[in-house]
Design a protein around this ligand. Structure first.
Ligand SMILES: [Zn+2]
Ligand SMILES: [Zn+2]
Length: 136
């Protein structure tokens, strides 16, 4: 079977990426840092090994949102693209919403549910973790 390839990028097209192989995890984060960075009530992330992801046009600009974490975004249009952090070495989160086919990687859990906005009611039966999900 051919290796799965996912592609995506920012709103203006300056940042594009190509991802080879299966994701490690697809999940929705309800933390207040993601909420602020994306100006959105919750944020979908798909996690990969860093080596699976190739930026094929401009590299994202990076902002250190904490001492441990870097958020990658398009310097032209501002679309949030990636998240890397010292507590997930070798891994990269890509925003589900920047994929060309976000429907291809449905989430399997919610995390930081303790920070979920009280008016955000979710009708799925997926597991909800109060903070980070357990790492395998
Ligand atoms: Zn852009
Ligand atoms: Zn978050």
């Amino acid at each position: 079977m051919a290796e799965r390839v996912l592609e995506g990028g920012c709103q203006c097209g300056a940042v594009r990426y190509r991802i080879a192989g299966e994701p490690i995890l697809s999940a929705i984060c309800h933390c207040s840092m993601c909420r602020r960075a994306h100006a959105a009530p919750a944020v979908g992330w798909v996690m990969f090994q860093e080596g699976q992801v190739t930026f094929t046009k401009a590299e994202p600009a990076r902002y250190a949102s904490s001492v441990e974490a870097q958020r990658g975004f398009c310097p032209t249009c501002g679309t949030q693209i990636s998240f890397t952090a010292s507590f997930i070495p070798g891994l990269i989160d890509i925003t589900t919403g920047s994929l060309d086919t976000p429907e291809a990687v449905p989430p399997t859990l919610h995390y930081w549910d303790t920070r979920r906005l009280p008016w955000m009611r979710i009708g799925d039966d997926l597991p909800r973790y109060p903070e980070f999900p357990p790492q395998e």
